[in-house]
Every structure is written in C-alpha cells, then in structure tokens.
Design a protein around this ligand. Structure first.
Ligand code: NDP
Length: 289
C-alpha cells in the first residue's frame, strides 16, 4: 500500500511538531508556510514543499492547519481562492472563537470541503506522545475518515457535529489556563523580587495549583446556584486579594492582575453579596442562566 499522506499548513512551533510527527510515522508530508525557511529542516527529512497554499491543499485529501488565528486562515484561503477543494478535508487546529469556526466551516462547505475544528490540549513537545488529547468537532464522517491521521498527533476527543464546539471547549479551557499560568508567573515575580528563586518556590507552587479539590467542591454548587458562604465569604476573598496586591506592590511588582480579581470581589460586595461564597461571582461576572 502507498504511504499515507497529509498536508500541514502553518509551521509555527505547533505545526512544525505535527509535520515532524507525521514524517516519523512514515507519512508522505506536504508542507507550506508563509515564511518558507521554517520548512527547511522538514524538507531535509523528506517533506515535500508546496509552492503555494493552493498546491498544498490540492496535494492531499487531508490538510492539517496550525495557524495563529482565523485571520491567518483567511489569508491562506484567499491565496487559494481558485483551488479545487471538492471532497477535501481541512482539519483546522487553529485557535479562534466558536463563531469564526462556524463561519469558516460554512464557507468551506460552499466549496465542497469539510472543515474539522480542533483544539490541541498539549504543548508542541507532547504532540504524538501518550495521553496527548485534542478537542474535535465537525462532520462525524470526515472525522472518522481521517481518524487514523488525526490520532498520530493526539487522542481524538470528539464533541459533536457543531463546528463551534471544539473551539468553545478549547476557549473555555484557555480562559482558566492563561489566567492560572500568568498568575503563576506573577507569583514567581513576587518571589524573585524577594530573593526566592523559581526553583525554590516550585514545590510550593505545585501544591497551591493542585486545585482538583476546589474544582470538585464548587462545580455542583455552581450548577445548584448554592452560593452560601459557609466555607468562604467574598469579604474574606476581597481582604485576601488586597493583601496579595499590597505584597506585590511592596515588592515593586505590577498589581494589575490582583487588582482585576479584587475589582470583581469588590463589585460583589457593593451588590450586597459579601457574605456569599466566591461562586456568587458567576452572577456578578454576568453569566446568564
Ligand atoms: P504561532 O502563532 O507561533 O504560529 C503561527 C503560524 O501561523 C506560523 O506558521 C505563521 O507563519 C502562521 N501565520 C500567522 N499569520 C499568518 C498569515 N497572515 N498568513 C499565513 N500564515 C500566517 O503558533 P503555534 O505554532 O505556537 O500554534 C499554532 C496554533 O496552535 C495556535 O492557534 C495556537 O493557539 C495553538 N496551540 C498552540 C500551543 C503551543 O503551546 N504552541 C498549544 C495548543 C494550541 P510564519 O512562520 O510565516 O510566521
């Protein structure tokens, strides 16, 4: 049988890791990247360099895209406006909003192509390693037809036919991820300003960010709208955040991040919710039931 084949468009850290994984798994790989030099080492290892996005998309039934955002996707597809995409599948592992994923899927459907939305849950070094997963949504028959190729990269966590779903779950996850990770960097800045190295604080950081207990404790309370302040009160949270901000300020570290959390707590207090649990913030932040 001929080698399985795939095209990869977008060779940033993520797309490059994906193309390399396909080469390692014996795929015939066609690549295209706006900055051609990022493909050089892949070409040296046997990848075929497409001259244009159109040639890249026409080279194989399946194209994996890994771009910064859907503006980049639009720029690439504009250059391939006259490519024949009939019957082709684009597995788009580019981050953007659910609305943009749905719009892209609709536009590609008009051109006879299937759009699978993906959201990769691991960093580039963990592509094609056990336990790596990605959210997927879109036409189930397209996902099934290309499952083997997708599973070279990660496990397939298929959420349903709506092309927005994978983007939605991905962005909800990133909402937590970036806030927590920038919180970690902020905390390490306060540590460093006090002469504590990141390595020295690391074991303490791991304990604090091991938050499974809190996620489990609060989820049923959020769903039940049970915001009673029996274990934590917003007034306590507000006082605590002020201590965090003051400690950062004393260390000469920027306080915008703790101030943003403090502002949410303060708004809840102003609305007479100071005696409630922090889960009351779900109303204060404006989530409709
Ligand atoms: P980068 O933003 O570093 O890579 C971007 C790729 O998009 C490059 O190939 C770049 O081309 C291309 N690109 C950007 N703008 C345009 C444009 N206007 N026209 C054509 N090509 C363009 O991202 P990563 O590789 O790190 O990630 C890719 C996707 O994967 C992102 O959506 C990201 O959110 C997601 N992701 C990334 C993770 C990570 O840890 N890196 C983890 C999980 C998901 P050029 O080389 O010419 O600049």
């Amino acid at each position: 049988a001929p080698a399985p084949a795939v095209t990869v468009i977008g060779l940033g850290p993520m797309g490059h890791a994906m193309a390399a994984a396909y080469l390692e798994h014996g795929y015939a790989v066609t690549v295209w990247n706006r900055t051609p030099a990022r493909a050089d080492d892949l070409v040296a290892r046997g990848a075929h360099r497409a001259a244009t996005p159109a040639q890249a998309l026409e080279a194989n039934p399946l194209t994996v895209l890994s771009l910064t955002d859907y503006d980049a996707l639009d720029a690439v597809l504009e250059q391939a406006a006259h490519a024949d995409l009939t019957g082709r599948t684009l597995a788009n592992l580019t981050s953007d909003t659910p609305a943009r994923a749905r719009a892209a899927a609709a536009r590609l459907a008009e051109r006879g192509a299937a759009h699978i939305t993906g959201g990769v849950q691991v960093p580039p070094p963990l592509i094609a390693t056990p336990g790596a997963t990605a959210y997927y949504s879109g036409p189930p028959e397209a996902v099934e037809a290309h499952r083997a190729a997708l599973e070279v990269l990660t496990e397939v966590d298929y959420l349903g036919a709506d092309p927005g779903l994978a983007a939605l779950y991905y962005q909800i996850g990133m909402d937590m991820f970036w806030t927590a990770l920038v919180g970690y960097v902020h905390a390490q800045a306060v540590a460093r300003a006090n002469g504590i190295s990141a390595a020295d604080f690391l074991p303490h950081a791991r304990k604090t960010l091991d938050m499974g207990y809190f996620l489990d404790f609060y989820a049923p309370r959020i769903d039940a709208a049970h915001h009673v302040g029996d274990v934590d009160r917003i007034t306590m949270g507000a006082a605590s955040m002020a201590h965090v901000a003051d400690t950062a300020a004393e260390a000469g570290v920027d306080t915008a991040l703790p101030q943003a959390v403090l502002a949410a707590f303060s708004r809840a207090v102003e609305q007479g919710r100071g005696a409630d649990s922090l889960t009351r913030l779900i109303d204060v932040l404006g989530a409709a039931d």
